[in-house]
Design a protein. Sequence first.
Length: 134
Amino acid sequence: SEEDRPYIEMQRRQEQERARMAMRPMASRARVILEVIGQWELQPNNQFLPKKTLVIEPNASYRLLSTDGSSSEGRMNIQIARDSVRGISQPHGQMMIYDETTGQIGTLWFEFTGEGQMEITDMDSTKYATRHTK
């Protein structure tokens, strides 16, 4: 109802602020691994979804730009698992992303599939074939 709207809006702002406060320590400790630094082109496995560009800086800042005009930027923290398969160590794990504009927290799962290539899966289970472009 109309009377509830200010209350609901206030509650939403408080939740966002709590999320921001909770993420502050993560954002200050954010780390990335050498292999992911640079610019990546993301091609979704669903042709109707927009392509994306992910830029990861050495200081753990990221920018995610979409061809539909949406974007996200903030800090990234990588939690990595390394398995040695046939003597080859292919890094994989998860990228925790903290959008500093919206206060949103997200997770992307990544797995290297070859030289300068990885597969990224987002929280909607969309898989992206990615290649390192810079």
